[in-house]
Design a protein around this ligand. Structure first.
Ligand code: ATP
Ligand code: MG
Length: 282
């Protein structure tokens, strides 16, 4: 499929993040619905072309827990990529309108995200780099998939250079500018799961008055809040605890996490996702 801007008609804007804007579009020649992300990058044409080349790796990333990629193209000074449209949306929006997630749904999300991360890392040596609720999507068949992973080093650089690459979900070693590995994604998963269980960003209570830099310093230096024991299953609390090991060497990889009792229990559970998504406030 050769995607061109002229063939895409915008239907609605879905949201905007640090890097760009996402819209629901229709590809007129095939009548297919897609999500289009437009990223404005102030870079030389040669750099933009390199980003475009690097994005093509996404064509090879095929997995049930990875959002499908349809193609990328340059248009004026912008880079677009088109991906599978996920009609229920991202976890941040669902959490904002519906509060804390049920535990069985969190279990399915845990298993789905870890399968996606493990696939990217094992088969393509790709580390996600930007795992957070807005990059985990759900559709009305109940599938959970991840998107916006760092396939393009040049794109990551170009966005990082503008300082918008920072996020509340970054691991201590990432904040310190140390080596970044698949364990750093595990940290981001831990913060995300805590947020879904509590229905709010876990560091908010004590960090409301902090600037982003102070918050990042807090993550590096201070002990993290833990889930209230008794309110959540013990195996889940332990799972989140080990994802949030400050020292990257003591943090498990996705493959090791897949051996954890909580993961195994979640994997065995059947969850009526279609029922849950059909009752969400939109
Ligand atoms: P970042 O720029 O760091 O990735 P972000 O994830 O908040 O931050 P975008 O990636 O631009 O920002 O996404 C904005 C919003 O668009 C998301 O919160 C989500 O609701 C929606 N969205 C993104 N991709 C899709 C998709 N494939 N299908 C449906 N909705 C999507
Ligand atoms: Mg995103």
């Amino acid at each position: 499929l050769d995607l061109r801007s002229e063939d895409l008609q915008t239907l609605e804007e879905l949201g905007a993040g640090n890097g760009g804007t996402v819209s629901r579009v229709i590809h007129l020649p095939t009548k297919s619905i897609m999500a289009r992300k437009v990223i404005h990058i102030d870079a030389q044409p040669a750099v933009r072309k390199q980003i475009l080349r690097e994005l093509q790796i996404m064509h090879d990333c095929n997995h049930p827990n990875i959002v499908s990629f349809y193609g990328a193209f340059l248009h004026d000074s912008e880079i677009s990529y088109c991906m599978e449209y996920m009609d229920v949306g991202a976890l941040d929006g669902i959490c904002a309108k519906n509060g804390a997630f049920p535990m069985d749904v969190i279990g399915l999300i845990t298993v789905s995200v870890l399968k996606g991360l493990s696939y990217l890392y094992t088969n393509h040596k790709i580390v996600h780099r930007d795992l957070k609720p807005s990059n985990i999507l759900i559709n009305s068949t109940g599938m959970v998939k991840i998107c916006d992973f760092g396939v393009s080093g040049q794109l990551v650089n170009s966005i990082a250079n503008t300082f918008v690459g920072t996020s509340n979900y970054m691991s201590p070693e990432r904040i310190r500018g140390w080596n970044y590995g698949v364990q750093s994604d595990v940290w981001s998963l831990g913060i995300t799961l805590m947020e879904l269980a509590l229905g709010r960003f876990p560091l908010d209570a004590e960090c409301k008055s902090l600037t982003i830099l102070e918050l990042l310093q807090h993550i590096v230096n201070e002990p993290l809040p833990r889930l209230p024991r008794g309110e959540f299953p013990e195996d889940f609390c332990n799972f989140v605890d080990i994802c949030l090991a400050k020292n990257v060497e003591s943090r498990p990889s996705p493959d090791l996490l897949a051996k954890h009792p909580y993961y195994r229990r979640a994997e065995r559970e059947t969850v009526d996702m279609e029922h849950w998504v059909s009752h969400l406030h939109k």
